[in-house]
Design a protein around this ligand. Structure first.
Ligand code: PMP
Length: 413
């Protein structure tokens, strides 16, 4: 589907031209978009897929006898297959479309979670996004289960000794991020799954920051649940997916009730659809799923191996250049990191830094990154965060470094 992808002499990808928004000046400056952890920009191929769906294929799915409905249904189910391929799931019937990572995790908490009882334990890590903490707290309030959080080391890694100490026969679920959105730490998910298996616990992986940055294989990981969002994957907002291992999915109680999730309805009793449809009540985000499929195709065309190498090179360059500046503290120094650089500049609040960078056309994120327990661990209110995507370049790193220098001059630090 994609033309051969341009690469620079350095081996870095050169794909900014695929993304129209990047050509748009911001505050009169060239845009250096480094807020990819929050959401990614969309390539023309994805924008075209959105147009094409509404211009040629729009209809409601699954119930229609007419051609357009069948066509839209085919495209929607093809998108499920594209997600299957992205995650290397064994069967597309293990893929549930959701609004995104947050909804995927809440779905697990509200369906699978119904089996938890007082005294059962859920084990997360100190690195989690609020969306992988709060649904479990709500579940604990309902069920009497207990939420435990494994400690984080000074380098921003999961403290495996603490994790092992907290994991035990009461642990029913381990829920952790594949990649930390706040620090970029890549968690040792394979080892975590292996240890969790040893005590018979299920494992949920929050893949929000992973799927667009490295190849993911849920069969090799051997996890039970894997959640992600389309908008962090060069696709639209309002769509994402949840992988549920087939044997578990078959036993999950329904979630929301409504059309499309049933087999038969009567006042005497209703029976429910099998497979992912049981969890997709009502008209789903049909266009969103199909356009997310186009985003997955785009990413596959580039190749996740090349994306990972590109972002690793940019992270290394940015880390080296930022570390060379005076008064910089990098927060999160794990040896195995994805393309996220969290940092503090002595004497400048991250929000002030973000505002000054914005005047230079550099978009970063400043704050707690929806990971307040992690910030508390480091004793800081927040950080400045630059997060990289396949379209970023050394020029963006130049703009970041120059912007930080400018802020330091303005603040006289
Ligand atoms: N988990 C992680 C690690 C994230 O980075 C995010 C988004 N920042 C989420 C969960 C939530 O994703 P969404 O808002 O798309 O549901």
């Amino acid at each position: 589907m994609n033309a051969p992808q341009p690469a620079l002499a350095s081996g870095l990808l050169d794909l900014a031209g695929d993304f129209p928004i990047l050509a748009q000046p911001v505050r009169g400056r060239r845009l250096a978009y480094l807020d990819n952890g929050a959401t990614t920009q969309k390539p023309q191929a994805v924008i075209d897929a959105m147009d094409a769906f509404y211009a040629h294929s729009n209809a409601n799915i699954h119930r229609g006898v007419h051609w357009l409905s069948q066509h839209a249904t085919d495209l929607y189910e093809q998108a499920r297959e594209q997600v299957r391929t992205l995650l290397n799931a064994a069967d597309s019937q293990e893929i549930i479309f959701t609004r995104g990572t947050t909804e995927s995790i809440n779905l697990v908490a509200q369906t699978w979670g119904q089996r938890l009882r007082a005294g059962d334990e859920i084990l997360v890590t100190g690195l989690e996004h609020h969306s992988n903490i709060v649904p479990w707290q709500l579940l604990c309030e309902r069920s009497g289960a207990v939420l435990r959080a494994a400690a984080v080391t000074d380098s921003g890694e999961l403290d495996m000794a603490d994790f092992k100490a907290l994991l035990g026969p009461r642990t029913r679920l381990v829920a952790l991020a594949h990649v930390s959105n706040a620090l970029g730490t890549v968690n040792p998910v394979e080892e975590v799954v292996r240890l969790a298996r040893g005590v018979g616990a299920r494992v949920l992986i929050d893949g929000a920051q992973a799927v667009a940055h490295q190849a993911v294989d849920v069969q090799a990981l051997d996890c039970d649940f894997y959640a992600f969002s389309g908008h962090k994957l060069y696709g639209p907002t309002g769509i994402g997916a949840l992988y549920v291992r087939a044997g578990i999915l078959a036993d999950l109680p329904p979630w929301q009730g409504g059309g499309d999730m049933i087999r038969t309805v009567s006042f005497e009793g209703t029976t429910y659809a099998d497979g992912p449809q049981r969890f997709e009540a009502g008209t789903p985000n049909i266009g969103g799923a199909i356009v997310m499929g186009a985003a997955i195709e785009y990413l596959r065309g580039v190749g996740l191996g090349r994306v990972a190498a590109h972002e690793a090179a940019l992270l290394a360059e940015a880390t080296e250049r930022m570390t060379a500046l005076p008064g910089i503290r990098i927060v999160g120094t794990a040896p195995h990191k994805a393309g996220i650089l969290s940092f503090l500049v002595e004497g400048i609040h991250p929000h002030d830094l973000g505002t000054i960078l914005d005047t230079e056309g550099v978009a970063i994120r400043a704050g707690h990154h929806c990971a307040m327990p992690l910030m508390t661990h480091f004793g800081i209110p927040g950080t400045a965060r630059a997060s990289f995507a396949l379209y970023n370049s050394s020029q963006d790193v130049d703009a970041l470094v120059a912007g930080v220098r400018k802020a330091q001059k303005l603040f006289g630090v």
